[in-house]
Ligand binder design. Structure first.
Ligand code: HEC
Ligand code: HEC
Ligand code: HEC
Length: 375
């Protein structure tokens, strides 16, 4: 079972905070051509690893079905509770589940099928400016950077990729959560592994680095959400505190202290800016060998903090939630033997973090000590 499936029991759940930030080259007014334009056999709808991206997405990717989700009874129920009459046609749902629904006429070239869900251009950027030249290759003297300069989104960069995914994978408005929408938890490395892959990682994807960039970006988004009118509540405050705690410990482990002076009491705005700076910084520098192990060790040695009676249990539970995701991904990024050796301890930590209301900090601390001892 994937760790997301294991964690799903914990939680899982807006308006887009940054609605997939357009890059400098990516014009906010560029036009979309639609997924069917990518589907021919000589393009991305053929056989073989280099030509089958559309086939993989169409057959296996959950994003292909995210529009159809809005026609399910459960969606109608959520809609009814939130006072939304037609969930399949309301921006409060389509913004994430069927993004083509919100593209204005002026930005459409081809037929955009909202039933396509989250499709090629949602992640790679509207195709008009780059479509013609993107079939040229390095052999023709046309590199990945040239394509990016033309407007293709640089998803090889962990910061750019994190921004793309997080826009739909961390924040959901309070009203929708109350109406029964699952809570969302963003974690870049794990969610990248969980999406059926239609690509090869061409520029060394380091799981440890991706994890940290993703958590920093998640912290930025939650901080942004907290500052919005009517969104702040104890649940969100605890989510931010859990993220801040894990990101601070990790940044300390890799020698970045700029973040260390911030506390939960700092303004959400300050935390938002610091989190973004950290994400950019980590994404832009090489991830030296040994850093993953250093972060793993720093996080595993946190047992004492779960015994601190001064920390509210809601915050302890959120720390635990982020910590198990972290340990799981950092182990996956380490060597296989270590992952196998710690399998039982990891399972126990997942079990203890699974239900937020039942979270027992003392038991969690004891299990974490066992994990650390075996590490
Ligand atoms: C435009 C919004 C949007 C973007 C961008 C997006 N997703 Fe999703 N994603 C969704 C929705 C909506 C679902 C739920 C699909 C359903 O079941 O209806 C989902 C589901 C998933 C799932 C399965 C459920 C889970 O959380 O384990 C994974 C994995 C996933 N997305 C990974 C990614 C990754 C990796 C990226 C970035 C490369 C990404 N997504 C970008 C909207 C988005
Ligand atoms: C901020 C982006 C976002 C918005 C807005 C949003 N969703 Fe979702 N929704 C997601 C993601 C991501 C998932 C996948 C969660 C997971 O599996 O971890 C999801 C999951 C779901 C699921 C569960 C699907 C399953 O297979 O379990 C339903 C049902 C759903 N959404 C309906 C809605 C409805 C109805 C609305 C509007 C009232 C809505 N969503 C608004 C992102 C969003
Ligand atoms: C949920 C986000 C998402 C969606 C939807 C998506 N992609 Fe991708 N795609 C990625 C990521 C992440 C990468 C890896 C980074 C890279 O190579 O640019 C990628 C890589 C690729 C690559 C490079 C393959 C390689 O091995 O270098 C191609 C080609 C591609 N996608 C085509 C498509 C097509 C065609 C569609 C629609 C049928 C699609 N993508 C839909 C996220 C997405």
């Amino acid at each position: 079972m994937s760790f997301f499936a294991r964690l799903r029991a914990i939680s899982f759940g807006a308006v887009l905070s940054l609605a997939v930030t357009p890059s400098r080259a990516e014009s906010a007014l560029a036009r979309y051509i639609g997924a069917s334009s990518c589907a021919t056999a000589s393009c991305h709808g053929g056989a073989g690893d280099q030509r089958d991206q559309w086939v993989r997405w169409n057959a296996k990717d959950v994003h292909r079905r995210s529009g159809a989700t809005l026609t399910m009874a459960r969606s109608v129920q959520i809609g009814a509770a939130a006072g939304i009459r037609d969930v399949a046609d309301d921006a409060r749902c389509t913004v994430c589940h069927a993004p083509f629904a919100g593209v204005p006429t002026a930005q459409r070239i081809g037929p955009l099928d909202r039933g396509d869900g989250v499709s090629c251009e949602t992640c790679h950027g509207p195709a008009e400016p780059w479509i013609r030249a993107h079939t040229r290759t390095a052999k023709d003297g046309y590199t990945h950077s040239d394509k990016v300069a033309a407007g293709l989104r640089d998803l090889r960069n962990p910061y750019v990729r994190a921004n793309t995914c997080v826009s739909c994978h961390e924040n959901v408005d309070r009203e929708l959560l109350k109406a029964g929408h699952p809570e969302l938890i963003f974690e870049l490395d794990g969610q990248t592994a969980a999406e059926p892959r239609h690509w090869m990682e061409r520029t060394g994807w380091d799981g440890g680095r991706a994890w940290l960039v993703g958590q920093a970006v998640a912290l930025r988004e939650v901080s942004w959400q907290l500052a919005r009118p009517g969104q702040s509540d104890s649940r969100l405050v605890a989510r931010q505190a859990g993220l801040l705690w894990v990101v601070q410990r990790a940044s300390r482990a890799i020698g970045l202290d700029t973040f260390a002076s911030l506390a939960v009491q700092s303004s959400a705005d300050k935390i938002r800016v610091a989190a973004d700076d950290l994400a950019k910084d980590v994404a832009s520098r090489p991830w030296a060998p040994g850093l993953t192990a250093a972060v793993l060790k720093q996080l595993a040695s946190a047992a004492e903090e779960f015994r601190d009676a001064g920390t509210p249990s809601e915050i302890q539970a959120r720390r635990g939630e982020r910590l198990v995701l972290a340990l799981d991904r950092l182990l996956a990024a380490s060597d296989r033997a270590l992952e196998t050796r710690l399998d039982a301890e990891m399972k126990e930590l997942f079990r203890l973090a699974q239900s937020l209301p039942d979270f027992d900090p003392a038991k969690f601390a004891a299990a974490l000590e066992k994990f650390a001892a075996k590490l």
